[in-house]
Design a binder for this molecule. Sequence first.
Ligand SMILES: Nc1ncnc2c1ncn2[C@@H]1O[C@H](COP(=O)(O)OP(=O)(O)OP(=O)(O)O)[C@@H](O)[C@H]1O
Length: 436
Amino acid sequence: MPAKKEGFNRVLDGLKKRQLQHDFKLERAAETYEPIQNIGSGAFGIVCEAVETSSNDKVAIKKVAHASATPTLARRTLREIRVLRYIDHPNIVTLRDIFRTQGPLGIDVFLVMDLMQNNLHHIIYGNEEPLDEYYINKFLGQLLRGLEYLHVASIAHRDLKPSNLLVNQDGTLRIADFGMAKFTDNSSRKHDDEEHCYYMTQHVATLPYRAPELLFVLPEHSTAVDMWAVGCIFGEMVIRNELLPGRSVPGQIKILLTVLGHPPQHVIDEIRCERTRKLIQDYGTKADGEWDDIMHCKARGADQIVRGNCDTIDFVKQLFQYDATKRINIQDALRHPYIQRVTPQMAAQKKCPFRVKRDMMHVEDLSHQDLIKLMTQDVRSAENTYNEMHSGDSTGSTSSDMSAEDTSGEYPHIAQHEQKMEDVATQISICEPSSL
Ligand SMILES: Nc1ncnc2c1ncn2[C@@H]1O[C@H](COP(=O)(O)OP(=O)(O)OP(=O)(O)O)[C@@H](O)[C@H]1O
């Protein structure tokens, strides 16, 4: 390598290292984790690869900077913590530890996860060759398994997209980034005004995966929003392009209308935003597209997965129903002939712990102050080491278990009973009390 280039690379490495040290000031937690390199960032977090010094395990640390500064950031952070801390599923990212430091603009929260090697976005676009059908089906099957675990507990991810699906070299896929996750009991919960504004203005990057009920801001949404995203992700794996690639809310609506035709009148009638309703009505009608042709037109590579395969086309059609109540749900998706054909027989899976659901119920209605209070309770300070928090804890749960007192202060008293109750409830298949 020429000396000039070598020198330049050294300077660059030095700068990267300084940036890493600046971003990941771990205080006393630096005794436990050594940051190695920056590996990713999103709108809310930066992620580095690190080593857990006691075990030599490689981990990923996601830093949510000044997580307490705004209600949106605080809520996102608390959602992510509360979904992940008790979950143990092969297709959902594993949270190993959580701690916080006091930054200049509020609390910085650090989530320590198992390190994954890649994400589905890079896998789809990182190669000139189309994605092998075997892998498309393998990824799809794992995505559905992870979602089944969440949806059965009425938890919607609400931000599924290829970059939030982490993938290892052995083809294991894990769902990540639960900042938008929400308990949706599929009943009549309404959007509040804050959320209404949020959907109209934010998250432009994920528009291509946004379900009509979010895009049109219909009064209700449920886990069905994730099933729409599954359709988008499946299509993207096949055609190696975004299937519905909008870049603005009106643009995205027009793409839906062009590709899928008009929504049924009863869906249009539910839209409370006059501008959106008018946009749809003025756009004129168009005959529904055939998925066979839609995929074929857009495909850059082979699209044999869809072309001529009736059960595949039917699966896609059922995912892209405008009416969320008609859209295929996770259990029916797993029973669908296409999925049955392409994924190996899947064993029944463990239920998502009830306390995840219970914790998530609290998060949506909290004030900014309460969110900060809970975040402080749920997350240990970096000054308390992981071992200190875990001394005497034989359950293997995350550090936050021991430091947490939830809103009602019930954790310390019920933590052990709860697991027993869950086991009993699972055994005798009783319904969970909806009032909790
Ligand atoms: N456990 C992990 N192992 C490896 N890489 C990870 C891990 N977690 C996250 N990443 C990488 O970091 C990126 C950003 O993480 P994440 O999506 O959680 O941040 P975010 O700010 O919430 O993102 P978004 O803008 O999508 O809301 C991901 O796209 C992924 O590539």
